[in-house]
Design a protein around this ligand. Structure first.
Ligand code: GRF
Length: 217
């Protein structure tokens, strides 16, 4: 089986990278991570890559005069590795239109809300402040607008009365670690067809779940 070659871009903790590394360790998983790039030399997530023997590249954005030249360096490195899918996993840099267009439908992101609700940053606190009963996570193809693009998978997570941003983030993160490997699997298996703003999933279904929040007592 030819496995899809994946490049993962991180800036920090790397728990989603860890989830992807663990998924790739299964013999029947259809993807492998060829390269992890961080724009921060001290990103904790780099240790997961190193421990798994995955090549890492540190490309510091500060070393470049502008976004376009930084993105060109990312692009060159990813193409040199023969990457077929780029996964943003807590990568805290906005990408230029040139980069996004160059990786059209081969660039995906994970975001800790049910998009299009709560794009941007500080999303767990904003969800709590808005009083929503559910938040969750979204894996989506990347388009030029921030946290925008055709949605591959979402998981809903209840917002509980006693939640603060940290507790809610931790609950959402557990769902992220299920969703991201599933999205990459579906991409690698050729099951995702982008049709305008919608993604059609062929021949696989997400686990069926119905949730109510607050739950009946
Ligand atoms: C995650 O919440 C992800 O959804 C967001 O940034 C966070 C990264 O966490 N884009 P980690 O570095 O994967 O632990």
């Amino acid at each position: 089986m030819a496995r899809l070659t994946v490049g993962v871009l991180i800036s920090g903790r790397g728990s989603n990278l860890k989830a992807l590394i663990e998924a790739c360790a299964a013999p029947d998983y259809p993807a492998e991570i060829a390269l992890v790039i961080s724009n921060k030399p001290d990103a904790a997530g780099l240790d997961y890559a190193r421990a798994a023997g995955i090549p890492v590249a540190i490309i510091e954005h500060r070393a470049f005069p502008d976004r376009a030249s930084f993105d060109a360096a990312l692009d060159a490195r990813l193409r040199a590795e023969g990457v077929g899918l780029v996964c943003l996993a807590g990568f805290m840099r906005l990408l230029t239109e040139g980069f996004v267009v160059g990786w059209h439908d081969r660039l995906i992101n994970i975001h800790p809300s049910l998009l299009p609700a709560f794009p941007g940053v500080d999303v767990q606190q904003r969800a709590i402040d808005a009083g929503v009963r559910f938040s969750g996570c979204t894996v989506h193809f990347v388009r030029t607008a921030t946290d925008d693009g055709p949605i591959i998978i979402q998981a809903a997570v209840p917002v509980l009365p006693e939640d603060d941003a940290e507790r809610l983030a931790a609950r959402i993160l557990e769902a992220e670690h299920v969703c991201y490997p599933l999205a990459v699997r579906w991409f690698a298996e050729g099951r995702l067809a982008v049709d305008g703003n919608r993604v059609r999933l062929r021949g696989a279904v997400a686990p069926p779940e119905t949730a109510f929040s607050p739950a009946a007592s």
